[in-house]
Ligand binder design. Structure first.
Ligand code: G3H
Ligand code: 13P
Ligand code: ZN
Length: 311
């Protein structure tokens, strides 16, 4: 099936009370693990590429890997730029075949964010590509930008209608307490999401798709394996799955997951190399890594996103 935009996916997800998973991709095994899982579950899926992933793997390689997956599996699949920092990277991805881009103007003041987002929307819409914007600031690390907790800001519901109306943006990422990376909460801290802010935003933007970034749950099985097989990892704590499940039943139509995929892959590679000292063929340790990604994504689709059977 050809790559699609997220327009129809989000409409169905909004009406159906589920969310579509947006998983970050960097290489072939990750693309295969995610798309095979989505195909097995008959679920729509979004593959997303960060600026760092583009630098690592090169735009054309990623594009062709995703096109190959779209030929292999018959489910709705979108290719999205994650955290586009400026107009140029968005333009490059739009021109280069992506069906969706994020322009992340959340570091700018309101008016500047509007101007930048509107510019990207105008260019994207002309080419049939959809755009995600962001209001509010998440804590954590994305690419080289680190936002400390004290600088993280919840989205102000009073701003969302004006932002959407003036930019024409197709979906909106909001900050309600999720954060990037594997260390979202300190040991002993009670994970919390501001569902009151989400409810207020839903009221202001009826029938409008909301996006949650920083939504890995940090499966302790993978953390334990990484430690058991020689890795050094501080206490990693994510967003509890039941909170994300609740969000998926609301206006949240896209849930971003990257750290969980990293942990699942690394746990498998460490385990394989520790248990088989003689392995040096990359296929020997990348096969279980891909298997872990597939199992992780199936689990997310079934228990977090609720998107099984919606393809
Ligand atoms: O939000 C950021 C994503 O986890 C991508 O991370 O920029 O290291 O590829 P990256
Ligand atoms: P995690 O670090 O929680 O996986 O978030 C990923 C993300 O938001 C990508 O944009
Ligand atoms: Zn993000």
């Amino acid at each position: 099936m050809a790559l699609v935009t997220t327009r129809e996916m989000f409409k169905k997800a909004y009406d159906g009370g589920y969310a579509v998973g947006a998983f970050n991709v960097n290489n072939m095994e990750i693309v295969q693990g995610i798309t095979e899982a989505a195909a097995q579950e008959r679920s729509p899926v979004i593959l997303q590429v960060s600026a760092g992933a583009r630098r690592y793997a090169n735009h054309t390689y990623l594009m062709k890997l995703v096109e190959a997956a779209a030929l292999e599996v018959d489910i709705p699949m979108a290719l999205h730029l994650d955290h586009g920092a400026d107009f140029e990277i968005c333009k490059s991805c739009i021109d280069g075949g992506f069906t969706s881009v994020m322009i992340d103007g959340s570091r700018f003041a309101f008016e500047e964010n509007i101007a930048l987002t509107k510019k990207v929307v105008e260019y994207a819409h002309e080419k049939g590509v959809v755009v995600e914007g962001e209001l509010g600031k998440l804590a954590g690390v994305e690419d080289e930008v680190e936002v400390h907790e004290e600088n993280a800001l919840y989205t102000n519901p009073d701003e969302v209608e004006e932002f959407v109306a003036r930019t024409g943006v197709d979906s909106l990422a909001i900050a309600i307490g999720t954060s990037h990376g594997a260390f979202k909460f300190k040991p002993g801290q009670r994970p919390q999401l501001r569902f009151d802010i989400l409810a207020e935003i839903e009221k202001r933007l009826p029938n409008y798709p909301i996006v949650l970034h920083g939504s890995s749950s940090v499966n302790q099985k993978y953390v334990a394996d990484i430690r058991k097989y020689g890795g050094i990892l501080d206490d990693a704590i994510g967003i509890p799955e039941e909170m994300l499940r609740k969000a998926a039943q609301s206006a949240v139509c896209k849930i971003n997951i990257d750290s969980d995929v990293r942990l699942a892959m690394t746990a498998a590679v460490r385990r394989d190399l520790a248990e088989h000292q003689g392995h040096f063929d990359p296929r020997e340790y990348l096969r279980p890594a891909r298997d872990n990604v597939r199992e992780l994504v199936r689990h997310k689709i079934q228990h977090v996103l609720g998107s099984s059977g919606q393809a």
